[in-house]
Design a protein around this ligand. Structure first.
Ligand SMILES: NC(=O)C1=CN([C@@H]2O[C@H](COP(=O)(O)OP(=O)(O)OC[C@H]3O[C@@H](n4cnc5c(N)ncnc54)[C@H](OP(=O)(O)O)[C@@H]3O)[C@@H](O)[C@H]2O)C=CC1
Ligand SMILES: CC(C)(CO)C(=O)C(=O)O
Length: 335
């Protein structure tokens, strides 16, 4: 059944971009709402959600129903989360309020998601859960991995000012069921995105896409935060891109040891990164905004899963120690 009531929970950079685009394409029989907070929420409520697409001069302005209290909203057919991985557990109760039988939850996430091993037939670890990603199993129990549609974002975006999101490229989102099936729900989301001019691809092996993307995020994101560098600055620095390549090699080895087919070589992934240009990674954006960093799904889990698969990850361990320290200092500076 096509989705009629849609809520974007965490309408930040990517969630905000999707909300703005969907709002201009949904029919009169559909509803769209967003859950946001703070100054960003107030700006959306007063002036609308503004989206500046790559290369556009004028923003698309979307008037959307916005709240910080999901209990004010009705049950939804589709919830799209745009939260960072480390913000999900705290939002689990709120997301839970929006769910009814059959609600699907599309989770835009970098790194290893909490549901990774649900219906996984590649690794020999089906249904394994990690407290590091899902404290006390809250997400598993309140949302349930059976509702999840996996999503890998090849789209750069930033909240440029309260109420405003800026896209850095014309990217796309890869969507896949944990089971690998190409279901009617997946096709319905694909149609929804296409109508809204959002780039989309379907995958029957979403874990492969997760690992290919993670080769970049486990390396670019912590190094960009540690050195306060743009993507283009890191790629132009031979010593940094050498370290990036070493992390990529570890990530690929861990993914493959867990049964993923990480099609891309380190050289190809580095080449892809060259094309991204003068972009601040999402981790650097958070560092500069004094927010806590999304470390566990992107860096910590490479180390954890490396141990599970008996693959050494010494460079990722160093990244983890350094960026965790940076995060603690950054949060302390905010107090
Ligand atoms: N930005 C990018 O270019 C890319 C991001 N990604 C990945 O996509 C995911 C989303 O990232 P991104 O779009 O950058 O995230 P953002 O940080 O821009 O957006 C998250 C939003 O959710 C809000 N939020 C957090 N918790 C709650 C809550 N309980 N109630 C209401 N609002 C809440 C945050 O508010 P607050 O700011 O107050 O915390 C923020 O506005 C991440 O996993 C990221 O790694 C992937 C590819 C590129
Ligand atoms: C590195 C980048 C920009 C690639 O899209 C990204 O995924 C992020 O900022 O988290």
């Amino acid at each position: 059944m096509p989705f009629k009531n849609i809520c974007i929970f965490g309408a930040g950079a990517l969630g905000g971009a999707i909300a703005a685009k969907l709002s201009s394409s949904l029919g009169a029989d559909a509803t769209l709402s967003v859950v946001a907070r703070g100054a960003h929420l107030r700006a959306i409520q007063c002036d609308g959600l503004r989206l500046l697409e790559a290369g556009a001069n004028a923003p698309l302005v979307a008037r959307v129903e916005a709240t910080d209290d999901p209990r004010e909203l009705p049950k939804q057919d589709l919830v799209i989360t745009g939260l960072k991985g480390h913000q999900l557990s705290a939002a689990a109760d709120g997301i839970g309020h929006l769910l009814k039988e059959g609600t699907r939850v599309l989770m835009i996430l970098n790194g290893i998601p909490w549901w990774y091993f649900h219906r996984d037939q590649q690794s020999g670890h089906a249904e394994l859960q990690f407290d590091e990603l899902d404290e006390g199993g809250k997400l598993w129990h309140l949302i349930g991995p059976h509702r999840v549609i996996g999503c890998v974002a090849h789209q750069g975006a930033e909240v440029s000012s309260p109420g405003e999101v800026k896209l850095s490229n014309n990217g796309h989102f890869i969507l896949g069921e944990p089971s690998g099936e190409i279901t009617d729900d997946l096709r319905d989301v694909e149609a929804l995105f296409r109508r809204a001019d959002i780039g989309v691809k379907l995958s029957s092996r979403i874990r492969d896409d997760i690992w290919s993307k993670l080769m970049g995020n486990a390396s670019f994101n912590p190094i960009s935060a540690l050195t306060r560098s743009l993507m283009s600055e890191m790629m132009a620095d031979a010593a940094l891109s050498d370290q990036i390549g070493k992390v990529m090699k570890e990530v690929k080895a861990v993914g493959e040891a867990l049964g993923a087919n990480v099609g891309m070589s380190v050289e190809q992934r580095l080449e892809q990164a060259q094309q991204i240009g003068p972009v601040r990674t999402s981790m650097l954006q958070d560092l500069l905004a004094g927010k806590s960093l999304e470390i566990t799904p992107l860096v910590g889990m490479v180390v954890v899963l490396g141990r599970l698969a008996a693959v050494p990850t010494p460079v990722s361990e160093t990244m983890l120690a350094l960026v965790s320290r940076l995060d603690r200092e950054n949060c302390r500076a905010d107090m």
